[in-house]
Design a protein. Structure first.
Length: 357
């Protein structure tokens, strides 16, 4: 029988439901994702490190879990909030329920709450610190603990690879700096024949270049890009030395290295249907996104960066390229995990940059 659980937000809001996955308590930043599918990719995306994720689609877990849809070796979220967690999934690839999957890794989930009301509160008031708990402590005591909790600011260090490893290929040599990379990024490079060496986030520019790469990939990752000034300096040293492609956090780091600025979004962009316009061609792409920070448009003025893509919902910067060097980046996830794959062509563009050097 499911245990009672509560979600406590820092503004004092309380949502009562039932626990699934692990029991106990878990603090995190409460955010929401609007994807209708792809929950396993969401759970295992390292960009969600430190966050409690709310899924707006009401039924989650209906096709179970499998070994094909993981984007890292384990779930990375701090907690999971759904309207209903499917108890009897059906799919030919299914290997277990979402409850069993989260329980195995000690991740707390809560179901049976009004996820629409929770999402509206986050949209109106912004992301908030929160706590999922099965404790019987008073609401007042738990609220005080949420307000006193301070999130860690070393998320990149938590999710990066501890050691260098290689995925061999016959084509161009790519060094992928892992700030919390998704498996889909590696697969997209291997699909194009690239020889990929994945290095820890704090690898120096000198060591990256010692691998004699034809190109450098800067991955997605969690947290505030301003929290990693050493990596920003590394990126600054790499610009002009080798073609560079950045996604998500990698995009923000390229922008900061070139003198632009970043700010926090009120409730972030997290989902699989965000419209992004290529300002050169005028074409609009549907994109998969997961980020809480963005590059401010006005800060691009006076830098060596040109605006290439813009978000059709709120006008924020979604892509830039360098005026002089083969360096470009996008704020979204072109590896399409979970889809759509409209922007898969960007990996071909990166390979073209390497071929033309």
């Amino acid at each position: 029988m499911s245990m009672n659980a509560r979600l406590i937000l820092e503004d004092g809001s309380i949502f009562a439901g039932k626990a699934f996955g692990a029991s106990g308590e878990s603090f995190g930043e409460v955010v929401f994702n609007t994807g209708m599918t792809g929950y396993q990719e969401v759970l295992t995306d390292p960009s969600y490190c430190g966050q409690i994720v709310t899924m707006t689609y009401p039924l989650i877990g209906n096709y179970g879990v499998n070994v094909d849809d993981i984007e890292s070796t384990r779930p990375q979220v701090r907690g999971f909030i759904v309207r209903e967690a499917a108890k009897y999934p059906s799919n030919w690839r299914n290997m277990g329920t979402i409850h069993e999957y989260l329980e195995r890794y000690g991740i707390m989930g809560i179901e049976g709450i009004d996820t629409r009301a929770l999402t509206k509160r986050i949209r109106e008031h912004g992301t908030m610190r929160g706590l999922i708990t099965t404790s019987e402590a008073s609401d007042e005591e738990l609220h005080a603990r949420v307000r006193a909790w301070e999130p860690r600011r070393d998320q990149v260090k938590q999710v990066t690879t501890p050691a260098i490893y290689r995925c061999p290929g016959e084509g161009k040599r790519v060094v992928l700096m892992d700030f919390g990379t998704k498996s889909g990024t590696v697969r997209s490079l291997l699909k194009r024949g690239c020889d990929v060496t994945i290095v820890p986030a704090y690898t120096s520019a000198e060591e990256v270049l010692s691998w004699q790469p034809h190109g450098v990939m800067l991955s997605n990752g969690p947290g505030d890009p301003a929290d990693v000034p050493e990596i920003i300096e590394t990126v600054r040293k790499l610009i002009g030395k080798v073609p560079i492609f950045g996604i998500c956090l990698g995009h923000q780091l390229i922008s900061l290295a070139c003198g632009a600025k970043t700010e926090k979004l009120p409730f972030g962009h997290r989902g699989a249907n965000h419209p992004v316009k290529d300002v050169t061609s005028g074409r609009v792409y549907l994109t998969s996104q997961n980020h809480g920070y963005y590059v401010t448009k006005e800060s691009l003025e006076g830098t060596d960066l040109l605006l290439t893509h813009i978000n059709q919902n709120d006008g924020t910067v979604e892509g830039v390229r360098h005026k002089m060097y083969p360096v470009f980046s996008v704020q979204y996830h072109p590896e399409a995990r979970p889809g759509p794959d409209d922007s898969d062509y960007l990996f071909d563009q990166f390979v073209d940059f390497m071929n033309n050097q």
